[in-house]
Design a protein around this ligand. Sequence first.
Ligand SMILES: [Zn+2]
Length: 264
Amino acid sequence: MLVGAKRRFCSMKSISNMKNCISPAIIMRIKEFGESDLLVYFFTLDMGRLKGVAKGARRSRRRFVNCLDNFCLVDLEYDLKGKGDLHFIHSGKLIDAYPGLRTDFATLSKASFMIELTEILFPWELPDRKMFELLKESFRLLANGGGGDLIPVIFEVKAMALGGYGINLEKCCTCGRTYTGEGTAVFKPGKGGIACLNCQEITAVSTGMSPGTVEIMRLIQSKAPDVFNKPAISDEIISEIKPVMKLHREYHLGQRTKTSSYLE
Ligand SMILES: [Zn+2]
């Protein structure tokens, strides 16, 4: 059972190698498991991405009132078993269900894309607090009516950087000249960086970026954790970032994201 907010993080039990944990978690996906159980994939603040079994959760949801639904932010109590094992989920307490994420298909698709990208970028049991906060804040803003593509675009640029796929926006990846914020830069997916117009012309697979776009992308990649609290980003900048991120994502992740159609 949940025992208040005191025991927020994992503590080792003396009787075995199991750790009993209570931590904030975002429910990523749920599957039926056996006769009456649920298999729960979740992303925790302090232990990264985990999967566990909620015993009997399909028969009785008393221990998980309104908790076991995609996107929910919950305080989850679970026993952490060995690395790679299925963990045992005891109970959950809802913090925020983000109902606004389920009101229309477009918003649902954006939230699903965020989950999927997090799953691809972060292996099991690799904690990343900045990524957790990014996902949580993105859900909150999106659920509160953050329309358009601003939230998913910021999310994707930041998530890729946190996952090790930041774009080099400092200098031309061919001649090495520092980009001083003047003139069009050209994104080169194979290099994961920008080139100057002397070195690379704009093509279908090398998209152009205005100085304002490069500056905003630098800001998103570097600024943490409050990446959303910044000057307004124009629609023009968003429409330049989207093809960059599509090329960047497809180069590194291939066609692995099934939900990326939000960007099309
Ligand atoms: Zn150059």
